[in-house]
Ligand binder design. Structure first.
Ligand code: DLL
Length: 433
């Protein structure tokens, strides 16, 4: 039986959802116009006043907001509430440029935790569960978000944060954790470590995992599900909009329901900015209609995916997004060919390799090079060069048919690629340096 945290919202009629969106958008536009000079200026530049936005059908008139705006307005320029009403900040890891700093009122935190609670219940969680949260705690939104959601569901929550993998496994076993929340790459690492400790899936009490914060393929899902003996659910979100729980997977495991009572989603052509019809692949754009402290209108996520409103067997009526296929900014252009790391991952996992790999792009004598380093599993490990050459060639062929490109493949020894406890670093592009 499918269970919901907020059934009346999660299964509301499409008309009801549209009504919520219309009313909340109009209110939000008025709010930013009145309280955020940065937005007012952007709207004025487009010749808009709040009266131009009468419903969500007018959303397309509003200007986009990008990471560049966030940088320009850093740190307080987009805050819509007096600071005395704000109770928390969270922030991204800021690997490129300035960090994103997002602000929350207590009400914002409450709604964010509701979204995470929806995700946990969609993964089968109840107040009988023991939920181990192994996302990082601190500025990163993963730990605090899922922690709050777990409390709301009433799970016994283990806030381990990430790292110290043996201790993670000890807690899972001793405290009989049934739900694990972490990045998919850390879940794979925990699974690998358990295997090395001689543990089989039936000796691990986990039944479900809620994994997100980075791209992961269907093949990686199968792998994790098999190693840990669980059902693995995807969860998506970004700091700018709150954190995890913007969307989440249900029992159907075919895409993530976007919490449309809080976020309006659009898909645009990343080149032209034109809104694309349902079913098209493009860049995901979000408008937060219930946020108080840090409302973002038409924020360009740079994530590429597709939306579908096809009826979902779980009974939820909110639109579903596919797993992000990549980001407009992590798409590699190699010898003129568009390559997403996720495509490479699919080939590797389809050939039986673990998701421990690194993609190194360089430019040698004006030609781009693509070097994929892949770890062998301990079972495959051999020093028979003939065997290794044969395996490498199989992968080169697989990559060629997936990408239309010739890559260099190097098989490396088990455990030689650094494991990640948070988001994995898959790509090293030396061309930019
Ligand atoms: O990663 C929030 C989060 C925490 C989501 C825990 C899920 C679980 P940021 O650090 O701001 O926030 O990074 C946001 O990560 O724009 C996507 O590119 C990527 N991302 C997040 N979830 C997924 C996912 C958190 N399920 C950026 N699949 C987003 C693929 C994801 N990419």
């Amino acid at each position: 039986m499918e269970q919901y945290y907020q059934p009346e919202i999660e299964t509301a009629s499409r008309e009801q959802i549209k009504t919520w969106q219309d009313e909340r958008l109009v209110k939000q536009v008025r709010n930013v116009w009145d309280n955020v000079p940065y937005y007012r200026k952007k709207m004025e530049e487009k010749g808009l006043t709040p009266d131009d936005i009468q419903s969500s059908d007018d959303l397309h008139k509003l200007p986009f907001l990008t990471k560049a705006d966030l940088r320009e307005a850093y740190p307080y320029g987009l805050v819509a509430r007096p600071l005395k009403d704000c109770v928390r900040i969270q922030s991204t890891s800021g690997t490129t440029g300035k960090r994103v700093v997002a602000f929350y009122t207590q009400h914002d935190i409450d709604l964010w935790e509701d979204c995470c609670a929806r995700a946990i219940m969609a993964a089968g969680g109840t107040d009988e569960d023991v939920c181990q949260v192994s996302y990082g705690y601190g500025l990163f939104t993963g730990g605090p978000g899922l922690n709050g959601g777990s409390h709301k569901v009433g799970c016994l929550t283990i806030p381990t944060s990430s790292g110290n993998t043996e201790r993670q496994i000890m807690f899972i076993r001793d405290l009989q954790a049934t739900i694990l929340c972490c990045t998919p790459s850390y879940a794979a690492y925990i699974g690998e470590t358990m295997k090395e400790m001689g543990l089989t899936p039936d000796q691990i009490p986990l039944k479900a995992g809620i994994f997100g914060a980075e791209a992961w393929s269907e093949e990686m899902r199968q792998d994790i599900q098999n190693t840990l003996g669980i059902k693995a659910y995807d969860i998506y979100g970004l700091t700018e909009l709150s954190g995890p729980g913007v969307s989440f997977e249900c029992s159907a495991q075919t895409g993530m329901h976007i919490n449309e009572d809080h976020f309006i989603a659009e898909i645009i052509d990343p080149e032209t900015g034109e809104v694309l019809p349902e079913g098209s692949q493009g860049e995901l754009v979000f408008t937060s209609i219930t946020k108080e402290a840090f409302p973002l209108l038409r924020y360009r996520t740079r994530d590429i995916c597709t939306l579908t409103r096809e009826k979902c067997p779980c009974g939820r009526t909110h639109v579903k997004m596919t797993k992000p296929q990549g980001r407009t900014d992590d798409m590699l252009i190699i010898r003129g060919v568009n390559v997403f790391p996720s495509q490479i991952e699919t080939v590797l996992l389809n050939h039986g390799y673990p998701a421990n790999y690194q993609i190194i792009v360089d430019r040698v004598r004006n030609t781009d090079t693509l070097d994929v380093q892949v770890e062998m599993t301990p079972e495959m490990f051999t020093d028979n060069m003939g065997e290794i050459t044969k395996r490498q060639k199989e992968l080169v062929d697989g990559l060629r048919s997936m990408l239309g490109l010739v890559a260099k493949v190097t098989l490396v020894a088990p455990k030689s690629i650094v494991r990640s406890e948070g988001k994995a670093v898959r790509v090293i592009d030396k061309r930019k340096i």
